[in-house]
Design a protein around this ligand. Structure first.
Ligand code: FEO
Length: 164
């Protein structure tokens, strides 16, 4: 059985993961509208991953005898700047999510909730990956600057996500 505090934090996390999915889908729509189909696909896959993250928490809460209570999800941003500023936002958002996972982990340690620590380990590792991926693309975009040919090539490259 999850503690009352842990249940509340996990339900809160489901909201954050669903919002992440919504935010990245909105970024995907932006890239679609701006003729960058590779970035659009990358964001769409990212959005799907976030939905899977939310469902992992959903299943875990149920497995531990808690009740999932879905919360309202805010409208995501709909107007965005350059690809570089978007990936800056992605990195900032992932750093926020890492902070959330750390909060949950710290609570699990405080409550000696070992099952939740094991469950959260997957997310600790995932956040390392998430920040690394966002940082990698952001660094490349910074190198490219506003050279449109290079952005076009990078778009084709990131659009191959999941194919290898
Ligand atoms: Fe669910 Fe991108 O962290």
């Amino acid at each position: 059985m999850l503690s009352k505090n842990m249940l509340a934090e996990m339900n809160e996390q489901i909201k954050h993961e669903l919002f992440s999915s919504y935010l990245y889908l909105s970024m995907s729509a932006h890239f679609e509208a701006n003729n960058l189909p590779g970035f659009a696909r990358w964001m769409r896959l990212q959005s799907q991953e976030e939905l899977e993250h939310a469902l992992k928490f959903f299943d875990y809460v149920n497995d531990r005898g808690g009740k999932v209570v879905l919360q309202a999800i805010a409208q995501p941003q709909v107007e965005f700047g350059t690809a570089e500023t978007i990936f800056e936002q992605v990195l900032e958002h992932e750093q926020f999510i890492t902070g959330r996972i750390n909060t949950l982990y710290a609570l699990a340690v405080k409550e000696a909730d070992f099952a939740s620590q094991v469950f959260l380990n997957w997310f600790v590792n995932e956040q390392v990956e998430e920040e690394k991926n966002a940082t990698g693309i952001l660094e490349t975009l910074k190198m490219i600057g506003d050279r449109s040919t290079a952005i076009y090539q990078l778009d084709r490259h990131v659009g191959k996500r999941g194919e290898d």
